[in-house]
Design a protein around this ligand. Structure first.
Ligand code: PAF
Length: 284
């Protein structure tokens, strides 16, 4: 596996691949790779001739009070896992490479509407940081295909909207969430949980399944469905950020005749913020 740590060497490598006629699959990550990330790499390998992964803990998507410094950095382990998956290259840009003039004067990309609700409301500026870095990475890597986890469903929709609105020549693939046997969605942030907290965190998936069942059985009183999940999970020690049923495209509150819905959840277990979601397709 090639390890590329400058934009110039990245461009040389991608140029060589394109001259050979190879298609390029790209998996952007912030590292601390788990089976969820490796599933994205597997999907890219199945779809493309060459696969490149970026590892960059993006300061632009972290708020002032968030865990940028504490975010786990496990580069050597990550590289070993990527070699195990048969990745062709890993791109490790520096903050200086990504933001040469500093974050205060950085040109940015903002996807209006969807970036302002739910995680966007709880984490102001987060999706601007995500859209900007993904746009920059796409410009650098020039991938044919890019792979993102559905666990960050709102992020995936922000990126899809950006690609559509800016006519970008990349196909975005959403890959279903990888879960522990308990149902807990795999996430780098699970590493912050104690054994007891981790066991409790699996209740999120159970609560979402119960909500999904109620909706599939025809209940359209979404506010009641949300509120009973909130009170059940609060009793178990979670602090609510949001539990909502929304339209899967717009992320606006669900309407009784929406066909594609998604249950989106953000909760704190101790100081760790956990997110998850469950999609629902309805015949209405
Ligand atoms: O999902 C992530 O790991 C990050 O938000 C991403 C897409 C790599 C952008 O920094």
């Amino acid at each position: 596996m090639k390890v590329v740590d400058s934009i110039a060497s990245l461009r040389a490598l991608i140029g060589e691949w394109k001259r050979q006629g190879s298609s390029v699959g790209f998996v952007p990550t912030m590292g601390n790779l788990h089976d969820g990330h490796l599933k994205l790499v597997k999907r890219a390998k199945a779809h493309n001739d060459k696969v490149i992964i970026s590892i960059f803990v993006n300061p632009m998507q972290f708020g002032a009070n968030e865990d940028l410094d504490a975010y786990p950095r496990t580069i050597e382990d990550d590289k070993a896992k990527l070699i195990g998956e048969g990745a062709d290259a890993v791109f490790l840009p520096s903050v200086q490479d990504m933001y040469p003039a500093g974050l205060d004067v950085q040109t940015f990309v903002e996807v209006p509407g969807i970036s302002d609700v739910l995680c966007g409301a709880s984490r102001p500026g987060h999706f601007r940081g995500v859209a900007t870095v993904v746009n920059k990475l796409f410009n650098m890597v020039q991938p044919d295909d890019a792979f993102f986890g559905e666990k960050d469903f709102q992020q995936l929709q922000v990126i899809r909207t950006m690609v559509r609105d800016l006519s970008m020549a990349v196909t975005v693939h959403g890959v279903p969430t990888e879960r522990e046997a308990s149902g807990l969605a795999m996430s780098s942030r699970n590493g912050y949980l104690s054994t007891e907290e981790k066991a409790k965190a699996s209740l999120i998936y159970q609560a979402m399944q119960k909500m999904k069942l109620a909706i599939e059985q025809g209940d359209t009183n979404f506010a009641d469905i949300e509120n009973s999940a909130i009170s059940e999970l609060e009793k178990e020690g979670f602090k609510n950020d949001y539990i909502k049923v929304v339209n899967a495209q717009t992320f606006m509150p669900a309407a009784a005749d929406d066909k594609q819905l998604v249950i989106v959840v953000a909760l704190f277990m101790g100081t760790t913020r956990l997110i998850d979601n469950l999609q629902i397709t309805r015949e209405v």
